[in-house]
Design a protein around this ligand. Structure first.
Ligand SMILES: C[S@@+](CC[C@H](N)C(=O)[O-])C[C@H]1O[C@@H](n2cnc3c(N)ncnc32)[C@H](O)[C@@H]1O
Length: 290
């Protein structure tokens, strides 16, 4: 392939990607080019007239084509930032979303406002990249975090991310469905159960943007006919593992608040909801009744 300058390559990439709607196509193109050139993004601004070697240029256009078909940028780059930490992501794990930071921030705030002698034991259902489990272990220094996923890829990826952030000794990733793998650990009572479960109604998945509906794992999205299957399972199943007064914290879809309050009302008290920065209800928290 004949060498081209950075400027021309970026312009052509925008043309290729132009047929679909992106949040920020130029940013995507810059990130892909700096990824291929193994340079910092700032290099591109200062070297618009530099020539890109043919082999790298070919690779760049391959990735642009892939992105143009809706393949998530984060899977190409292999990473996504969450709570100020860089997480490795790949096909088979959900890309962590900024909305989920609201859930993690609130849990950290509540834990830090309570004086306890030992750190909290936290159980997460639905690990993904480990974004929630690793961040909680990272920001709550004495927390012990257990996290379960039904798929093997998240269990492996999350363990890698825990290592990357130096919390591998306080995080435990378990393979299995819901509470099923916990029995092998013996009797542990958890202070907190947290989950960002699959919560999209089955028949709405196809309507999501291409990046999500085609390329992100269905297992991470599908919440059954009404989107609430996992909330019911975790609210009732969690009672056996949660200590009296322990916290149950969920991320929810923007229109699920009322349903969640109804699901949790019988067994949990002091239910609170937290909105995300866009004003949408995003988090529901309650405490196991004594
Ligand atoms: C919405 S994703 C959340 C991932 C991550 N915690 C985050 O917030 O980015 C839900 C996760 O639940 C997992 N999952 C689905 N069904 C499950 C089950 N029955 N038991 C445990 N995990 C399950 C999926 O594989 C997926 O990783």
């Amino acid at each position: 392939m004949v060498a081209e300058t950075v400027k021309i390559a970026l312009e052509k990439a925008l043309e290729i990607m132009g047929e679909r709607e992106y949040t920020s196509p130029l940013l995507d193109a810059r990130l892909l080019l700096s990824h291929v050139l193994e340079v910092d993004k700032s290099y591109l601004y200062l070297n618009l007239d530099s020539e890109i070697p043919g082999d790298r240029l070919k690779r760049f256009y391959e990735l642009v084509e892939k992105r143009a078909k809706g393949y998530p940028l984060q899977y190409i780059l292999g990473s996504q930032e969450f709570m100020g930490l860089e997480f490795h992501v790949e096909e088979g794990v959900l890309v962590p979303r900024p909305d989920t930071e609201v859930l993690v921030e609130r849990i950290i705030e509540l834990v830090k406002s309570e004086k306890t002698e030992s750190g909290p034991k936290i159980l997460e259902i639905g690990t993904g990249s480990g974004a929630i489990a690793v961040s909680l272990a990272y920001y709550i220094e004495d927390a012990e975090v257990y996290s379960v996923d039904i798929d093997e890829t998240p269990v492996r990826v999350a363990a890698e991310n825990a290592k990357r952030h130096g919390v591998e000794s306080r995080t435990h990733f378990l393979h299995g469905s819901l509470f099923e793998p916990l029995d092998q650990l013996g009797e542990i009572e958890y202070d907190i159960i947290v989950s960002n479960p699959p919560y999209i109604k089955s028949d709405e998945i196809e309507k999501l943007q291409l990046e999500v509906s085609t390329f992100e794992p269905k297992l991470a999205l599908d919440g059954g006919d009404d989107g609430l299957v996992f909330y019911r399972e975790i609210s009732s199943g969690g009672l056996r593992y949660l200590k009296s007064g322990g916290m149950l914290a969920f991320e929810i879809g923007h229109d699920q608040k009322e349903s969640l309050i109804e699901i949790m009302d019988r067994d949990y008290r002091d239910i609170e909801t937290v909105a995300d920065y866009g004003g949408n209800d995003r988090v529901v928290i309650g405490y196991k009744k004594e």
